[in-house]
Design a protein around this ligand. Structure first.
Ligand code: PMP
Length: 360
């Protein structure tokens, strides 16, 4: 059976050359006589893998030396707890911009540890837009401001960053890390589950400014304290070795392609192709404010559930998988992360055109 175009929101498509390289190295990694999966995380072969993965990510995102990179587990969801445990510790106040299902979870968790203020929310319109950033004000002594740069379920993205002055900006970048350029020094902490633009599930990447490490209380569990993992260079316990190895291959693939600058260009082209068709269509529409549209997750719908279901069936028959929208939004959602080739988006647009013609 041939491979399909997989529009899943995550875990999602990986670049074919990465899978092929992993397949080639599966049984005997660089003459070690074993798979990376079977290798001690303390072996020199594995130490090289994790060090190279970090260096590649540092180069791709231009991460300054005063930021630490951590390869942890527990998903972005564990960061909803780890961030307040480590950062919500001085004034115990944090400001959140509430833009969707994931920020809701981050807010609920942070509330257990301190005084959380929702500075702005787009809940009034089912999170279909990003609140206006210009008139936002922060608690002067807030420990941090939290945003979700790309809202995976609702299909919105911040096209600019809030100016939080000297307050650290913390960002959940799970669904758009490495898809467009970000200036790392603008953030105090960036976190992302790997299973969209980085690699397989099981790995969470954290990029944290040095001065924000070591602020956890004495009762913070050792595994949840960033300083534990910084001191041990992500090897306090067994790291998700194979996921980190695949991430390294993805970083190499992205580097060889021309880095974030090149993939950002491609991501704009892919998104333009799909939004362009939706905007001209008499059958399909997008629920998201045009100015805040995500480049990664594109929800769209027809006027009825019946047509949506029929479309999903036809898409599947044609090798277009996992286009069903999240249950809270309905309709369809095309997740077109870095690894989705433009041919996949073109194939989707072609099927949508045909479907529209047959249902006019
Ligand atoms: N934040 C965002 C923006 C996400 O898209 C997701 C997962 N889809 C999460 C957090 C939760 O991530 P995880 O499943 O890695 O805990």
């Amino acid at each position: 059976m041939s491979r399909v175009f997989n529009f899943s929101a995550g875990p999602s498509m990986l670049p074919l050359p990465v899978l092929e390289k992993a397949q080639h190295q599966l049984l005997n990694y660089e003459n070690t006589g074993m798979s990376v999966m079977e290798m001690s995380h303390r072996s020199s072969a594995y130490m090289n893998i994790i060090e190279e993965a970090e260096q590649l990510l540092r180069t791709l995102m231009n991460i300054p030396q005063n930021y630490k990179v951590l390869f942890l587990q527990g998903g972005a969801s564990l960061q909803f707890s780890m961030i307040p445990l480590n950062l919500l510790t001085t004034s115990k106040k944090a400001d959140f911009i509430h833009t969707g299902t994931w920020s809701k979870k981050a807010i609920a968790e942070a509330k257990k540890y301190g005084n959380v203020r929702v500075v702005a929310s787009s809940e009034d319109k089912n999170f279909s837009y990003i609140p206006n950033l210009t008139d936002m004000t922060w608690d002067d002594d807030a420990d941090y401001v939290h945003i979700t740069t790309n809202n995976t379920i609702e299909g919105t993205r911040f096209t600019s960053l809030p100016d939080t002055k000297s307050i650290p900006l913390v960002a959940d970048m799970s669904s758009n890390i490495l898809s467009e350029h970000y200036d790392v020094p603008k953030f105090g902490l960036i976190y992302a589950g790997a299973q969209k633009n980085i690699g397989p599930a099981g790995l969470t990447v954290i990029i944290v400014r040095e001065d924000l490490i070591g602020k956890a209380g004495a009762d913070c569990p050792v595994m949840l304290d960033y300083s534990t993992h910084v001191k041990a260079q992500s090897m306090y316990n067994t790291p998700p070795t194979y996921s980190i190895y695949i991430a390294k291959l993805v970083f190499e693939w992205l580097r060889d392609l021309g880095g974030v600058q090149e993939i950002e260009k491609q991501n704009h082209e892919k998104a333009k192709l799909l939004y362009g068709f939706i905007d001209e269509s008499a059958l399909f529409s997008s629920p998201v404010a045009v100015k805040d549209r995500s480049l990664m997750n594109i929800p769209f719908t027809t006027p009825s559930d019946e047509l949506n279901n029929q479309f999903l069936k036809e898409a599947k028959v044609n090798g277009l998988e996992s286009l069903k929208g999240h249950r809270s939004v309905g309709g369809m959602r095309a997740s077109i992360y870095n690894a989705m080739p433009i041919e996949g988006v073109q194939a989707l647009v072609d099927i949508m055109k045909k479907f529209e013609y047959n249902n006019r």
